[in-house]
Design a protein around this ligand. Structure first.
Ligand SMILES: Nc1nc2c([nH]c(=O)n2[C@H]2C[C@H](O)[C@@H](COP(=O)(O)OP(=O)(O)OP(=O)(O)O)O2)c(=O)[nH]1
Length: 138
């Protein structure tokens, strides 16, 4: 019998104003629609494609979705596992990032992007998987 299918890796970015002394982060709201993740807030990113490293995928996704080039900082590690679980089909890895070239700009995959103070992140309706990440950010 084949074993369980490996979960697909999703990468996300905690985009901050400063990697060493962050005061604000950028949250992105997924477009509304029939999907259960619609209308909720996330770390911008997406699925890693075959042949890409997770970091390459994240820089590509940020360019595609928000139109800027990111410089990545440290990874946000889950103290209990190698990745952050997302339901059954996906797992996620997350890195801090700062804009290195260009400015994050609303594109076609989000309805809203919002810079907010790091101590205000609990105010938003984040995706379930992301709620577990929030206490480990700052
Ligand atoms: N990007 C992102 N996806 C997340 C987060 N939290 C979370 O549960 N997810 C889920 C939502 C989706 O089911 C999946 C990522 O899919 P996606 O739609 O962002 O991937 P993608 O940009 O490659 O999209 P596509 O080309 O496959 O349509 O992971 C998060 O913080 N950021």
């Amino acid at each position: 019998m084949p074993g369980p299918a490996r979960r697909r890796l999703v990468v996300g970015a905690v985009i901050v104003d400063d990697l060493d002394a962050p005061t604000r982060l950028l949250a992105a709201r997924r477009l509304s629609g029939p999907s259960p993740v619609a209308g909720r807030w996330e770390f911008p990113g997406g699925k890693v494609e075959p042949g890409e490293s997770p970091q390459e995928a994240l820089v590509r996704e940020l360019r595609e979705e928000l139109g800027f080039t990111a410089r990545l900082g440290r990874e946000v590690l889950n103290p209990e596992a190698a990745t952050w679980p997302i339901a059954e089909r996906f797992e996620m890895r997350i890195w801090f990032a700062v804009p290195a070239d260009g400015v994050p700009t609303l594109g076609e995959v989000h309805s809203e992007i919002r810079w907010l103070a790091c101590d205000r992140i609990g105010m938003l309706d984040w995706l379930d998987a992301d709620v577990a990440v929030l206490p480990h950010l700052f």
